[in-house]
Design a protein around this ligand. Structure first.
Ligand code: E4P
Length: 261
């Protein structure tokens, strides 16, 4: 399993040395408020024409710095406000890629994060045809995963924690630990389906609430993990840089299904 840091925190990325990094608008906002970057990024935001422009400018500024630290992809999200508008998503994605280009970061290093709505998946299909790689986020169901595979996207981020949050809210007394975690079960089902059918789309579990969920899903293509949980895992599993070994994690790595299944 390739380890991905779910953060815009440059110091955490230096510390954990992940292969890739994923960001979203709230992670960018947190990162932009840290230390000596705050004043410089504040100035960049002030020069923007509107709030979306400001967010994109700061996200690309931080993303470009991260691209110098990780060997793989940096994910930058199109505002979730545009999730139900294909044309607006396409325009925003093109503008992010153009901004990265001005920083000398090519499209091969970037994953544009797009919501896994019908409109978002249509935008992603178009972007992939243009050679722009996409990471389909806010993915909570098997149906969304199937539509993303059909669209030929580069990567999907099926969520774990937000599925668990929802189930816990419905049934506060229930035991959702270990293999009863509905988020873990959802990602495993998607992963097995993808491998069984030979889809090339990368499966990257996201939105973790505890290290047990991560250990349960070791064996998945990639997992994007917050610095807090990376720290916890590094303590329990020793060095955790760039790869999480399925054996170390005592996991039940998902077995690919036969084509006939
Ligand atoms: C990553 O792609 C997601 O933005 C992130 O994992 C979401 O996590 P959350 O459910 O804790 O917001």
């Amino acid at each position: 399993t390739t380890v991905v840091a779910d953060t815009g925190d440059i110091e955490a990325i230096r510390r954990f040395e992940p292969t890739d990094a994923t960001t979203n608008p709230s992670l960018i906002l947190q990162a932009a408020q840290q230390g000596e970057r705050r004043a410089r990024l504040g100035e960049i935001a002030r020069q923007a024409i509107d709030i979306d422009d400001a967010l994109d400018a700061v996200a690309v500024e931080i993303g470009s710095e991260i691209s110098g630290l990780v060997p793989g992809y940096v994910s930058t999200e199109v505002s979730a406000r545009l999730s139900f508008d294909t044309e607006a998503t396409l325009a925003r994605a093109h503008s992010l890629i153009e901004r990265y280009g001005r920083h000398g970061v090519g499209p091969e290093r970037i994953l544009i994060k797009v919501a896994s709505t019908w409109e978002g998946i249509r935008a992603a299909r178009q972007l992939e045809r243009e050679g722009i790689h996409t990471n389909l986020t806010l993915l909570f169901s098997f149906a969304q995963a199937q539509a993303c595979a059909d669209a030929g996207v580069t990567l999907i981020s099926p969520f774990v924690g937000r599925i668990l949050d929802w189930h816990k809210a419905q049934q506060p007394e229930a035991d959702f630990s270990g293999e009863n975690d509905p988020g873990v079960r959802s990602v495993r089902q998607i992963y097995e389906h993808y491998k069984g059918h030979g889809y090339h789309t990368i499966v990257m579990g996201a939105s973790f609430r505890n290290s047990g969920e991560i250990v349960s899903l070791a064996g998945c293509d990639r997992l994007t993990i917050s610095p807090a949980l990376l720290g916890e895992l590094a303590e329990t599993h020793g060095t955790l840089t760039r790869r999480l070994s399925a054996q170390d994690a005592e996991t039940r790595a998902p077995e690919p299904l036969d084509e006939a299944d």
